[in-house]
Design a protein around this ligand. Sequence first.
Ligand SMILES: CC(C)(COP(=O)(O)OP(=O)(O)OC[C@H]1O[C@@H](n2cnc3c(N)ncnc32)[C@H](O)[C@@H]1OP(=O)(O)O)[C@@H](O)C(=O)NCCC(=O)NCCS
Length: 179
Amino acid sequence: MTERARVPGQLPGDLTQRRPVPSDHPRLQVALAEWWGGLGGEAGALQRQLLVPRLFLQHFADTSLLVERPDRTLHAFLIGFLSQTDPSTAYIHFVGVCPEGRRDGVGSALYDHFFATARAAGRSQVRCITSPNNRNSLAYHARMGFRLEPGDRTDDDGVPVHEDYDGPGLDRVSFVREL
Ligand SMILES: CC(C)(COP(=O)(O)OP(=O)(O)OC[C@H]1O[C@@H](n2cnc3c(N)ncnc32)[C@H](O)[C@@H]1OP(=O)(O)O)[C@@H](O)C(=O)NCCC(=O)NCCS
């Protein structure tokens, strides 16, 4: 593979980005099942799929992004929106980069693009949550400048956890980043 310089905020190589459309839903469902390294087993895959229903591609497409390779196969995606309730906040709901495309600046390019969209809409902070057992996500968000919000308890690694945040047994870690 040829070496290429990484340009912050830009997609590497021949990748292109566009807004998602409802017909992208089936392949996003496949990615949600297959790109998380089996996190949570079959139940985890189903939970993730149900967390990205088609409505996000119908009603939140302007603040979401999909990345494709030249042959139009799916490489990465970000589902995000501007909070309707809090005019200072934008929210990243889900991000995924295909396993063979990681650590190449794609995730950060998607985030930088979303941050710019949020700033242009007058938002001053971005929020997101993740599962305490998603260590890659914890490391990535720390690297992207997010800070952890205090939780109900801290786990063995000192990570603040909100217990039962999304229902019984559905603990979450909460992140915020100023823009
Ligand atoms: C998390 C994820 C989106 C990161 O995407 P990515 O394209 O690999 O991220 P980037 O290459 O842009 O990395 C951005 C920075 O984070 C760091 N980083 C990324 N993943 C990391 C990890 N697992 N551990 C430590 N640092 C990490 C990179 O080194 C880079 O830092 P640098 O600028 O100092 O080099 C990707 O690993 C993924 O899709 N994971 C599975 C799905 C998931 O967990 N999504 C998040 C919860 S919804």
